[in-house]
Ligand binder design. Structure first.
Ligand SMILES: [Zn+2]
Length: 307
């Protein structure tokens, strides 16, 4: 959900879309917030009160995209540590349940060295903090460029190295698919979940980003698509969101908004996969009530993403 109109507005947007959980950024996702960027205490209190009233849970915060906890160069890593410190502080202030972060890019260093740096950076960022019930979730990646974390084994190594912190995992259907995990077939989905259970433990998986993929299977390219469009398909999505291994997890959409109503169409499609039929958003009877029927495929090269 957008925080363009303030944190409180994001709660009303989620409510209107009949969401029961939400993910937000706590600052601009593609700019450094500055180390001192805090949430106004009064606004944070009002936000926590209203969220409890609406019963929206869990609250997931997605960390800034510039943060690279694995960065080999000292300057980027220092910026990333202080940026991540700010993310942790704002997440605690807003009462978030989960803070999702990408593991980062290793550039030309080894995976092992990158895992060590991720653990060190996270420990430095969290030093002396009381995280309360906040849990840090490391997100699986598509493996684009030198991104760490596109293999389940790499996530296991990161969790192992960060064992002193409350860490878990965030899955993403588009990333798993592009990273070469065949979640679009029944056997592939079963096998992938069995592998996660073996390597990481299913209890460490707390949030699932549900996104279609414009990018091909195994392409290692991160391009989100509407549910039911793109390469994964609606039938496979139904198997994924109803898979017994993922029961009780928070499912969060990070699908594009190419035209007005796309957010509602994707939310209602997700509910329908879970067996719930909503005819329209709560407060917007004028909004499209025709469910998810995308009128056009996104133009080639369109990289619009909302989170
Ligand atoms: Zn994601």
């Amino acid at each position: 959900m957008s925080i363009a109109g303030g944190f409180l507005k994001s709660l009303e947007l989620a409510r209107n879309l009949r969401s029961t959980a939400l993910q937000i950024f706590s600052a601009s996702p593609r700019m450094w917030a500055g180390p001192g960027r805090k949430v106004d205490p009064g606004e944070a209190e009002e936000f926590r009160r209203r969220r409890a009233e609406l019963g929206l849970a869990p609250l997931v915060i997605h960390a800034n995209y510039l943060i690279n906890l694995a960065a080999p160069d000292d300057r980027t890593r220092a910026l990333s540590v202080s940026g991540f410190r700010g993310e942790l502080e704002r997440a605690v202030a807003l009462g978030a349940d989960f803070l999702v972060v990408h593991p980062g890019s290793r550039r030309d260093s080894t995976i092992e060295a990158a895992v060590d740096r991720i653990a060190g950076s996270m420990a430095r960022a969290a030093r002396g903090m009381n995280l309360g019930s906040l849990r840090i979730l490391v997100e699986i990646t598509a493996g684009q460029g030198s991104a760490v974390g596109s293999r389940i084994e790499e996530l296991r190594a990161i969790l192992g190295a960060c064992a002193r912190l409350p860490v878990g995992v965030c899955l993403d259907t588009a990333h798993l698919f592009a990273a070469g995990y065949p979640i679009h077939t029944q056997e592939g989905m079963d096998g992938t979940m069995a592998k996660i259970a073996r390597e990481i433990g299913l209890d460490r998986v707390r949030v699932v980003h549900v996104n279609g993929s414009k990018a091909l299977f195994g392409s290692r390219v991160d391009r989100h698509e509407h549910l039911g469009l793109g390469q994964i398909g609606l039938e496979a999505m139904g198997r994924i969101v109803n898979h017994p291994a993922l029961a009780g997890r928070a499912f969060i959409l990070e699908t594009p908004i190419d035209q007005p109503g796309d957010d509602w169409r994707n939310v209602s499609a997700l509910w329908r996969l879970a067996g719930v039929e909503w005819k329209q958003p709560l407060d917007s009877p004028a909004a499209p009530a025709d469910g998810f029927r995308p009128r056009r495929k996104a133009a080639r090269g369109d990289q619009t993403q909302t989170r």
